[in-house]
Write a protein that binds this ligand. Structure first.
Ligand code: ADP
Length: 269
């Protein structure tokens, strides 16, 4: 059994070997328990919509429910929900294994922000939320995958819209730093209390699991976002205050052409 500890002397070569072996065993057993937790989380997430579908179908079989339009729509919604969980899971597993394909290019992050904001404008308006972007003139290029970067911003906007009550505000800003651009998505929503913040990027983590179905999330969105940001060389963090709102901040490395000579202005010399 590879996950068992070995008790041998702590000193000398055998001691070192034993130490290496024990730390390998610890990693293996940690991975094993992570794997078990993940499998049971997945089983739980998939079982809920399946149980609902089964309930509707059994109701129809028993003659308790009419197979009318309403029931068909409900069953259909559950199937869509199942599909979404599976698609998200596939993406997360690939991202965690480092197997998602990224097409890195020099891109203007402002164009990507503007189109994500335009895409969420109708949804925000429907909920009487003001969604704006405030971008500085001429941001430097970043080196990133435009589709994946768009996916990160859309995911954060989708959460901001979901967790901000009517009358609220969502703002997207960007700022250039020495070697990265920082993008901020701020909302004046419910906020996240301190005890939940350390777990917020974990898969299937939801602050209020009972509410997730009306707002439509399985708790995978932020886990995917974190993977996508980090795979592109960036970082993500958040500030939040209950009742005031939340700001997610992520960074994207600035593109620098290699071997390009630096030209100094006359004033710099
Ligand atoms: P979900 O699919 O449930 O939205 P996410 O991984 O995207 O899953 O988010 C995890 C949890 O973090 C959410 O269930 C919600 O409780 C909390 N959360 C995420 N974004 C916000 C936000 N902008 N404001 C308040 N809570 C948020």
């Amino acid at each position: 059994n590879l996950t068992q500890r070995v008790d041998i002397p702590r000193h000398g070569e055998i001691g070192e070997l034993a130490h290496a072996f024990n730390s390998m065993a610890e990693t293996l057993s940690r991975n094993e328990s992570l794997r078990q937790t993940m499998v049971s989380d997945i089983a739980h997430e998939l079982r809920t919509p399946l149980t609902n579908i089964r309930g509707y179908l059994e109701g129809i079989q028993d003659g308790v429910l009419e197979p009318d339009r309403e029931i068909i729509d409900l069953v259909y919604e559950e199937a869509i929900w199942l599909n979404r969980i599976i698609t998200d899971l596939q993406e997360l597993v690939l991202a965690e294994a480092g197997q998602l394909r990224f097409i890195f290019q020099e891109i203007h992050v402002d164009d990507i922000i503007e189109s994500a904001v335009a895409m969420y404008q109708p949804r925000a308006r429907n909920r009487q939320i003001t969604l704006t972007s405030d971008l500085p003139y001429k941001l430097p290029y970043v080196y990133a995958d435009p589709k994946r970067t768009g996916q990160v911003i859309r995911n954060l906007l989708s959460n901001a819209v979901k967790y901000t009550p009517p009358g609220g505000k969502i703002t997207v800003t960007a700022a250039a730093h020495l070697n990265h651009i920082e993008v901020r998505v701020s909302d004046t929503g419910n906020g996240i209390s301190e005890e939940h913040i350390p777990f917020i990027f974990e898969r299937f983590y939801r602050v209020d699991p009972s509410r997730s179905r009306d707002t439509g999330g399985a708790g995978l969105g932020l886990a995917i976002v974190k993977q996508l940001v980090e795979a592109q060389g960036g970082q993500i963090r958040l500030h939040s205050e209950v009742g005031k709102g939340t700001t997610f901040v992520f960074s994207v490395p600035i593109y620098r052409r290699e071997h390009e000579p630096v030209t100094l202005d006359a004033d710099d010399i």
